[in-house]
Design a protein around this ligand. Structure first.
Ligand SMILES: NC(=O)c1ccc[n+]([C@@H]2O[C@H](COP(=O)([O-])OP(=O)(O)OC[C@H]3O[C@@H](n4cnc5c(N)ncnc54)[C@H](OP(=O)(O)O)[C@@H]3O)[C@@H](O)[C@H]2O)c1
Length: 424
């Protein structure tokens, strides 16, 4: 006899509807492969009168219809946001149900409370879909690569910002046009703030890092820089130097500390991340047994994300008593870490004599040297322009100080831009 799992689905938007579609399409296949028979009991939505992939009698706006239904074994949370998602997840555990969620924001900000509620009720939580959509990266870290000590993982965790940067690179359009193209293709939310300011990737990085390093972190310790200030000229310069610009996320063990950061990066054209284009995601894991391994695929979208949700549902059904993926009792400090890096710098200047000299003198005073004389001045009719400079590896604090001094000199007409350069 197959093991029957009765599901409640909180949310029937992009992911929830994809889940219903995938279960309808592949339920028989899943049963054949796993001996797990899935049945959707009821779904929760906010607005009663939208078209739904389930009959009206299976759709409710009252969450208690799911919590109080003793026949439901597992609740899928795909409403998104922090409240009431967090309260619903906790209540699901307290009602004796396992939970699968795709919600990185709630896990990154209220992970403790959620994991405590799961363990208090001896229930399972699955969250594969919360990071990199369809790529089974959490399962790889917690199972396939369990025999490795992993000291570093990095990659592209946000498909919207990767689409925007790829489009700016390849079409030479401004940020606003590239973002509008992402929105018209359904690859960006109406409010894309969390995607373009790096917070969405930071939420995912935190989940990945906590799982990889088995530790608790403070979200505030993640260095987060967005992509909003990049201009077509940055992509032209990157191209001429042999780079593309990608939205990267990095988690690195540095002895007893962790370096966690999300920022755009110059990536050499022959690096694996340079081939990750548009809405695709990738994670590169460095383990002591496997060396470097690349995971690449669709990081979002209805069916890819539903695929990850389904994998959690089946995993929980097959292993109801497995130990939790994450043991949050150990802690490694995550800040501050003093790092050195090569940088691309852009200074928006007024076109006055001596600008390049002043900038290079100030950089030199901080022990920062310019590589290969790559500096260009492009001025407009408004007598403003940009100086672009690439520097040798330098401590990040010195770079920050030099940029602040140059800005204070009054020579700039806007904030300077600094982008780290990924070494091959
Ligand atoms: N979209 C993706 O590609 C993707 C990828 C990975 C992870 N995720 C994560 O998956 C989650 C869901 O994303 P989504 O794109 O599917 O969102 P969505 O399209 O906005 O759908 C949200 C659904 O939740 C319902 N809902 C919202 N607030 C509710 C509330 N207070 N009570 C009851 N129902 C409520 C909405 O109801 P109505 O339909 O009535 O408005 C809608 O059906 C998010 O955490 C997101 O970060 C999404």
């Amino acid at each position: 006899m197959p093991r029957k799992v009765r599901l409640g689905i909180m949310g029937l938007g992009t992911v929830g509807s994809g889940l219903v579609e995938l279960i309808k399409k592949n339920a028989r296949l899943i049963e054949n492969k796993s001996d797990v028979k899935l049945e959707i009991v009821r779904a929760l939505v906010l607005h009663k009168n939208k078209p739904r992939p389930l009959p009206p009698e299976q759709v409710t706006t009252n969450p208690n219809d799911l919590f109080e239904d003793k026949t439901i074994d597992l609740l899928v949370e795909v409403i998104g946001g922090i409240h009431p998602a967090k309260e619903y997840i906790v209540q699901a555990f307290d009602s004796g149900k396992d939970v699968v969620t795709a919600n990185k924001a709630v896990l990154a900000t209220h992970g403790d409370e959620i994991f405590n509620a799961a363990s208090r009720n001896q229930k399972q939580i699955g969250f594969e879909a919360s990071v990199c959509g369809g790529i089974p990266i959490l399962r790889a870290i917690s199972s396939g690569l369990i025999g490795n000590r992993v000291d570093e993982l990095y990659g592209i965790l946000n498909g919207t910002s990767n689409f925007v940067l790829t489009t700016m690179q390849e079409e030479r359009v401004p940020f606003s046009d590239a973002l509008a193209m992402a929105q018209s293709k359904g690859l960006a939310e109406a409010d894309p703030t969390l995607d373009v300011n790096g917070m969405d990737a930071a939420h995912k990085l935190m989940i990945l890092a906590e799982l990889t390093f088995q530790t608790k972190m403070r979200f505030d310790d993640v260095i987060v820089e967005g992509i909003e200030n990049l201009q077509p000229i940055d992509f032209e310069t990157a191209e001429s130097l042999g780079y593309v610009i990608r939205p990267t996320a990095v988690a690195r063990r540095m002895e007893d500390r962790l370096d966690l950061r999300v920022h755009p990066c110059f990536v050499p054209k022959n690096h694996p991340l340079a081939t990750v284009r548009n809405e695709f995601n990738a994670v590169i894991i460095r383990g002591d047994a496997i060396g470097e391994m690349v995971f690449h695929g669709k990081g979002a979208g209805s069916l890819p994300t539903a695929s990850a949700v389904l994998s959690d549902i089946v995993e929980i059904a097959r292993n109801p008593n497995s130990t939790p993926l994450w043991n949050p009792t150990r802690t490694i400090q995550s800040a501050p870490v003093e790092l050195a890096s090569r940088f691309y710098l852009r200074f928006p200047i007024y076109d006055r004599p001596g600008m390049i000299g002043m900038i290079s003198t100030c950089l030199g005073a901080h022990g920062i040297s310019i590589t290969d004389a790559i500096a260009r001045l492009t001025c407009t009719e408004t007598n403003q322009g940009n100086v672009m400079i690439v520097i040798h590896s330098a401590p990040e604090t010195e770079v920050r100080k030099a940029l602040a001094e140059i800005q204070e000199s009054g020579a700039l007409n806007a904030d300077p831009l600094s982008i780290r350069i990924l070494e091959n």
